[in-house]
Design a protein around this ligand. Structure first.
Ligand SMILES: [Zn+2]
Length: 543
């Protein structure tokens, strides 16, 4: 069989243990035809790459692509470097073109601003900047919101409204009035009020997905798992694929519970609907369960207590969002529908509860349902070996735990020796666990996998902005980090049959880089640029 395309004189890093390196890559009919021993036919395009580095298309096991696309196209966006006044200026400028009762939606404010925003006077300033319009601005974790008086009014939140389960309406200590800062599930009512008013059209949802995927291509990503979807997002992916426009392997996660997004339907109804959206490149194969929240808001579930504080006392360690029976029930319901599970766990008690539930599932004879623990920063030493033994993959986002804003926020609520022991990746790999890399974009500012890869190797902030190294003994090698963002991600998502390595027969998904990462300074890996991205034998990005 003659190839359509042969790339010669390349450094091909295949991530296939059967043939780790090659100098030639041949593509035919959208698939990898062969490595090295290939012959060109009369119609073959042959390109000499001049030694350039080629590797499989990157795999992002955890992002929220549709939210990122929606924000980029339809919302006010500003960086975490914006202080209080700069945010107000941005809201003022954005509001100028809006109708009198149109929503201002945007983000993301730095979580370190929460004290500044938690005042009735701050909310009044936001009202003034937005000309009295409803405003909802998310923080950098996307778990918390800051909203205006009109937004509270439309959502029916007043001084008399009690805190909902899993959320806090932050009140001004002087007046008792809601400040507009809504932690975790407290923001859902406002999210729903917004969704009543702002209905994106089918075309707008598709445009958001398309925009996000173009951004992912510019970072070399050709396969990803969206970590929490609505029927609108499922519909967008289906319509894009049917129009021949979905140039990525996309796995989606159907929400079982929803502490932050405000999507409807979720749970059983969404499991039932999911299969209708399956297309060639879109696999709605996972459910997503939030088993706890995040440490800074005391919603993560730990085995040992948080640092004592006035609101929580000395013995508070948080609790999972559901009892063991309920979690097992959802895992069984997912498995019965042929679905795997991504389970958000940030505290070690949530991790243990997941492993216990999977243990029961496996004991019942289920060996095929895939389970990913998302984040899993804190793992009790006794539980490390259970990941590999039970076939539970670790979905890790180095973007979120290398020294920076989020680890500082965690260090404020946990004893120092525990805060310093996050993300035991070396130990997980050594005990046989599958470790897969994700960005959690747009929680991370970009989905640049090389930022994550550098963090996995150095345990330091790739940009150098935040000093220090987190538990350096848990560093993994560059080859292991590259595998985490390619083949291991594909295996964790269940798309390793088609992508994740340059293996003959798999989809020709690959990137050409501006350097050989294995022959470059590790402290500058995050500046690695993707020169070309190819999906299924077709170039989808060129710098
Ligand atoms: Zn996420």
């Amino acid at each position: 069989m003659a190839a359509d395309l042969i790339l010669t004189n390349a450094t091909v890093h295949t991530v296939d243990p059967a043939r780790p390196r090659a100098t030639t890559l041949a593509v035919e009919g959208g698939r990898v035809l062969a490595l090295d021993d290939v012959e060109a036919g009369p119609d073959t395009e042959v390109r000499d790459l001049g030694g350039a580095f080629v590797m499989p298309g990157l795999v992002d096991v955890h992002n929220h692509h549709a939210l990122a696309g929606r924000a980029a196209l339809f919302e006010l966006t500003f960086g975490g470097d914006h202080g209080f006044e700069a945010i107000l200026d941005a809201v003022r400028a954005w509001s100028r073109d809006l109708g009198p009762d149109e929503w201002v939606v945007g983000g993301a404010w730095a979580s370190t601003l929460v004290e500044t925003l938690s005042k009735e006077s701050a909310r009044r300033a936001l009202d003034e900047a937005a000309g009295g319009r409803p405003v909802m601005l998310s923080d950098d974790s996307r778990h918390n919101r800051w909203v205006s008086s009109r937004a509270l009014e439309l959502a029916g939140v007043t001084a008399a409204t009690p805190d909902p389960a899993g959320g806090v309406i932050v009140r001004d200590p002087a007046t008792g009035e809601p400040t507009g800062v809504l932690l975790e599930a407290a923001g859902i009512q406002v999210e729903r009020a917004l969704q009543e008013k702002r209905k994106l059209t089918v075309d707008q949802h598709a445009a958001a997905s398309r925009h996000a995927i173009a951004t992912l291509h510019s970072y070399g990503i050709t396969a990803f798992q969206d970590a929490g979807v609505s029927v609108d997002i499922l519909g967008a992916l289906k319509s894009l694929d049917e129009a021949g426009e979905l140039a990525a392997w996309v796995v989606t996660s159907l929400l079982i519970n929803d502490p932050i997004f405000g999507f409807d339907p979720i749970g059983s109804a969404l499991i039932e609907a999911g299969a209708r959206y399956r297309t060639e490149h879109h696999r709605p194969d996972f459910v997503k369960i939030f088993l706890d929240g995040v440490p800074p808001t005391h919603t993560a579930a730990f085995l040992e207590p948080y640092l004592p504080d006035e609101a929580h006392g000395a013995c508070f360690h948080g609790a999972p969002t559901m009892a063991p029976d309920e979690l097992e029930g959802w895992l069984r319901a997912a498995a019965a529908a042929g679905l795997s599970a991504k389970i958000h766990c940030t505290g070690d008690a949530a991790v243990r509860a997941t492993l216990d539930a999977v243990g029961k599932l496996r004991a019942g004879g289920d060996t095929t349902t895939k389970v990913q623990i998302a984040h899993g920063q804190f793992v009790h030493p006794d539980d490390l070996a259970r990941f590999g033994a039970l076939g539970v993959a670790a979905d890790i986002s180095p973007f979120l735990w290398v020294p920076g804003v989020i680890p500082s926020a965690i260090a404020n609520v946990l004893p120092a020796e525990r805060a310093a022991r996050m993300q035991p990746n070396r130990a997980l790999l050594d005990s046989g666990a599958l470790v897969a890399g994700g960005s959690d974009w747009p929680v991370s500012e970009s989905p640049n996998a090389f930022e994550g890869i550098q963090g996995l190797v150095t345990r330091q902030d790739p940009t150098g902005a935040h000093p220090g190294a987190l538990w350096p003994e848990q560093a993994i090698t560059l080859a292991e980090a590259v595998e985490a963002f390619t083949l291991s991600g594909a295996r964790a998502m269940g798309v390793d049959d088609v992508t994740g390595s340059l293996t003959p027969g798999k989809s020709a998904d690959f990137v050409i880089l501006d350097r050989d990462p294995f022959d470059s300074p590790v402290e500058a890996l995050y500046t690695t640029e993707v020169v070309e991205t190819w999906f299924a034998g077709r170039r989808v990005f060129q710098r």
